[in-house]
Design a protein around this ligand. Structure first.
Ligand code: BG6
Ligand code: MG
Length: 209
């Protein structure tokens, strides 16, 4: 009796991890902190502030809250410049047609993303109207694995948690979904995670769940 589907954005609907990587990399280089694509994997699904803490694990200096805020702002400015390269072509036809078909079937569709840039990314890729609800990083005070962002999404759709599927590429997102009684679907890295109730390789497979 699934009535709604809540999608993580980065890594599920489109891929922004390379832009996150490039933006954080230039911050890390400037600060003389080692950072690579492997460490970048740990930033999947993690908030901006927690991402910075992961990067600072390798720093020798210590940073004040003000310095951290400045670094986060700088990173976000670089990231948003990079996001301007995004357009409709950054969403695959498979993703678009899956969203269309799910809507035709009458499911409520929402985004559930930790990103404060969610609306900007949806606008750039021309997807704003594909969703009935948007729950994002601007609306929450606790990030994944806390389920707050998904609970807000279910609320926007007017559905109970266990009537919704959550689609996630991050382990923290699967944990968040499970913690509040959502059905969880792992894609990409999260398809390897035993905590995921369903595992898919391509988004169109949710049409068969
Ligand atoms: C998530 C990404 O969607 O959003 C994380 O997977 C990112 O890597 C987080 O840190 C916060 O994004 P933003 O756009 O608010 O800095
Ligand atoms: Mg993600």
């Amino acid at each position: 009796n699934i009535k709604g589907i809540i999608f993580d954005l980065d890594g599920v609907i489109c891929s922004t991890d390379e832009y996150h990587y490039q933006a954080w990399k230039s911050i890390a280089d400037e600060e003389g902190i080692y950072f690579d694509r492997n460490i970048n994997e740990r930033l999947r699904g993690v908030s901006r502030a927690e991402s910075l803490e992961i990067i600072l694990e390798r720093a020798t200096a210590s940073y004040s809250p003000e310095q951290k805020a400045a670094l986060m702002e700088k990173k976000n400015n670089i990231y948003r410049e990079l996001l301007k390269n995004m357009g409709p072509r950054d969403v695959t036809e498979e993703v678009r047609s899956t969203l269309r078909k799910l809507r035709e079937k009458g499911y409520g569709l929402s985004i559930g993303s930790s990103s404060k840039n969610t609306r900007f990314i949806l606008e750039r890729t021309g997807l704003t109207d594909a969703f009935d609800g948007i729950s994002d990083g601007n609306m929450i005070s606790r990030s994944k694995p806390d389920p707050e962002v998904f609970i807000k999404a279910a609320g926007i759709l007017g559905l109970k948690n266990d009537d919704c599927l959550v689609i996630e590429d991050a382990v923290s997102g699967i944990d968040a979904a499970n913690a509040a009684g959502f059905h969880s679907v792992g894609i990409g890295p999260a398809a390897e995670y035993e905590g995921a109730e369903f595992k898919i390789q391509n988004l169109s497979e949710i049409l068969d769940i």
